[in-house]
Design a protein around this ligand. Structure first.
Ligand SMILES: [Zn+2]
Length: 696
């Protein structure tokens, strides 16, 4: 490797890192994607290859680290630059006023200094260490002094910049911690739990647990698959260095963080008085149900930073200048009117409670989950009981316990023995807590079936939420999956929340979803034990619906990675004429039933890098790029030591010269096609040989 080649690779790697980090900022922090996903993927692939070929060029701010590093054996202990303080709590306005009075005795200015109120997100606090603007370490709070180094995990979170943006007026300090909260959105949390349930894994109790658990994964690739986000709210400078920042108050801190590319929560208020803080907190408590993340209060900080030092810290742990104003407890008592059940998409019978409506944490609660019949029996919940209900922390309200002292003549609850939707006797597998309706064509399953069918990991039909599904079912416009594809704009216009544009968009996204790979459809059908992964293996093995329909139960079980349970369940599904009709109708509706051939299997240009320059006889520049990429090659913009071929057209310009300088071979358009054929022929020969070997 010559020095010049290394320099070229180094320059290109730096260029790619910048472009990818920038794309990330616009996507996660500004929510305004600037480049298409495909372009991002291509750049990411190029950077990965450069780093593989030149390991010395790997950098801590490289976006390639976002996909997750190798698993660790354990987490290192990390000492924070200064203790991560914990906040004292105030539970009512009087306690908050008491806090202000105590502070005013230390610094009288507090009374008129104003406050900054921020939402208190229920996640996990972390400290991100940036050196010269590059994220070099990230740690959990731990005991406040020492936390666990979870750098590789934190790097997988798209919202956390690997390198700060150095465009603002305030230079980035050479060494500092950005502190903030890692959290999981409620929608992401629900999808995660849905996916886990579908894969037979235990679900998380609430987003906070899921966040903490995700951060403490020894395998960062697991963390990379979790929907985690981040908001920063504090800067801790290195006390060893003599740096200062021009910030007067907490609002300045947040603005500074935002200027550096750190996401900050837009919900906050600079308040003149404590009364204004209380009004803001009351509003926040009412609005919390509309947020896509859990909050359990409002953090109130004395606004001027100058007063923070004066007020100081209690017992080295709790700052006097900040306090958590907690929302009202999330428990309430009410009457459990009825115990009802619904049927899940796998046939699982889910009991739930119909409650006398009660306000908890700012929201009206009418329904609560009862988990399963064993749980009801253990708690001895009875219809008409007064019960303790909890909401917050948990996404779905739950019935905690009956108030048995208020019980009069309520009778013990008897769980149903037959399906409420189709009257089929229920089954209770001996090693499970759930009971099931075994009828695969049970109409009760269809609601959750459709919700699953359109979900992100399945057919990914955007804009078709649960409420819409329910309405479509209620109006009889949809009775099964295939009906979705008959929906027209006019069918949607009468639905709640739909206007012309949203209706058109939904029809469009249903149409786009027709093209999903067959594996997605197979998963979307919601066949028991056929998770996303199994669906992929099966679709690849049979190539599409025709191959699958021709397969026997044993053919399915013979697929590497597919167990007997899955093979049995899938074979049972395919044995039902009703399901075959459904598949036929989906196919007739234009839904793709073919699994695209894995690119790696037929990629004569795999591993090759091309540059296209000048005007080609028949292909436009864009077509040439597509042609090369479809055959597994990569097209870059500039000729470097890692370029394999330069495709030359008329008037090629400086790139042709550069190719000559570096000794990179050049091709005409014709030669490019010939190269593809030659390499493809070689690839087929190798494949044929391999097949013969395996059958011999
Ligand atoms: Zn049923």
């Amino acid at each position: 490797m010559t020095d010049r080649e290394t320099t070229a690779a180094e320059r290109r790697a730096e260029e790619l890192r910048r472009a990818l980090n920038d794309a990330n900022y616009w996507y996660y922090v500004r929510d305004q994607p600037r480049i298409p996903d495909a372009e991002y993927d291509v750049m990411m692939r190029e950077l990965k290859e450069i780093e593989r070929a030149h390991p010395e060029l790997a950098r801590p701010d490289s976006p390639t680290l976002r996909v997750g590093a190798e698993p660790a054996d354990q987490f290192e202990k990390v000492r924070h630059l200064a203790p991560m303080l914990s906040l004292d709590n105030a539970f009512d306005p009087e306690e908050l006023r008491g806090w202000q009075r105590r502070n005013a005795r230390i610094a009288a200015e507090v009374e008129d200094a104003g406050y900054v109120a921020e939402l208190k997100i229920d996640g996990a606090a972390v400290a991100l260490l940036y050196e010269d603007g590059v994220l070099v370490r990230g740690a959990t709070r731990g005991n406040g002094l020492i936390g666990e180094g979870v750098t590789a995990n934190l790097r997988t979170i798209g919202a956390i910049p690997l390198r700060l943006r150095d465009e603002g007026e305030v230079p980035i300090p050479p060494r500092m911690e950005v502190r903030g909260e890692v959290y999981m959105t409620l929608s992401g949390f629900e999808r995660l739990n849905e996916r886990r349930a579908a894969e037979g894994l235990p679900t998380f109790a609430n987003p906070r647990n899921a966040t903490a658990g995700s951060l403490r994964q020894l395998d960062p690739r697991v963390t990379a698959g979790r929907p985690l986000h981040f908001y920063g709210f504090q800067i801790q400078l290195d006390p060893e260095l003599d740096t200062t920042l021009p910030v007067r108050n907490q609002a300045d801190v947040l603005e500074l963080l935002a200027a550096w590319g750190i996401p900050v929560n837009p919900h906050r208020r600079l308040c003149d008085s404590l009364e204004e803080v209380l009004a803001y907190a009351e509003q926040a408590e009412q609005d919390r149900a509309r947020l896509d993340y859990e909050i359990d209060g409002v953090v109130v900080k004395v606004a001027p930073v100058a007063l923070w030092e004066e007020l100081g810290v209690v017992g080295e742990r709790e700052p006097r200048w900040a306090i958590a104003y907690k929302f009202a407890p999330d428990l309430a008592t009410t009457r459990l009117l009825h115990i009802r059940v619904n049927v899940g998409r796998t046939g699982a019978i889910n009991p739930y409670a119909v409650l006398e409506p009660v306000e908890i944490g700012g929201a009206m609660v009418k329904l609560a989950t009862l988990h399963n019949f064993e749980d009801i029996a253990r708690k001895d919940l009875r219809e008409n009981d007064m019960v303790l209900v909890k909401r917050a922390g948990d996404v779905i309200p739950q019935v905690v316990a009956p108030l048995t002292e208020e019980r009069t003549d309520q009778e013990r609850y008897e769980p149903p023995t037959e399906c409420p939707a189709c009257r089929t006797p229920l089954e209770h597998p001996p090693d499970e807590v759930m009971v099931y309706c075994p009828n695969t064509s049970c109409p009760g399953r269809i609601y959750w079936g459709i919700v699953h069918f359109v979900s992100r990991g399945a057919m990914d039909i955007r804009g078709l939420g649960e409420r819409t599904v329910q309405q479509l079912l209620d109006r009889g416009q949809v009775r099964d999956f295939a009906d979705l594809y008959d929906l027209e704009e006019s069918d949607l216009l009468g639905l709640e929340g739909f206007a012309e544009i949203s209706a058109r968009k939904l029809v469009q996204s249903i149409d786009e979803a027709r093209a999903r790979p067959f594996s997605r459809l197979l998963f979307a059908l919601g066949i028991r034990h056929v998770g996303a992964n199994a669906a992929k293996l099966i679709a690849r093995a049979f190539g599409g619906v025709d191959g699958l329909l021709a397969a026997s139960r044993d053919d399915i079980a013979a697929i590497h990675g597919i167990g007997d349970t899955t093979a049995d369940a899938l074979a049972a599904f395919l044995a039902e004429p009703r399901n075959i009709t459904l598949l036929d109708r989906l196919r007739a509706a234009g839904v793709n039933v073919v699994e695209p051939v894995e690119r790696a299997e037929r990629q004569p240009f795999a591993g090759l890098t091309f540059v296209v320059t000048g005007t080609l006889p028949s292909l436009s520049r864009k077509d040439a790029k597509t042609f090369i990429e479809r055959l597994g090659g990569r097209v870059t913009g500039s000729v470097s030591g890692s370029t394999d071929y330069v495709v030359l057209g008329e008037e090629p310009g400086s790139k042709a010269e550069r190719a000559r300088e570096l000794g990179v071979p050049t091709l005409s358009e014709d030669e490019l096609r010939r190269l593809a054929e030659e390499r493809d022929a070689t690839a087929s020969d190798i494949e044929a040989e391999a097949r013969e070997d395996s059958t011999a």
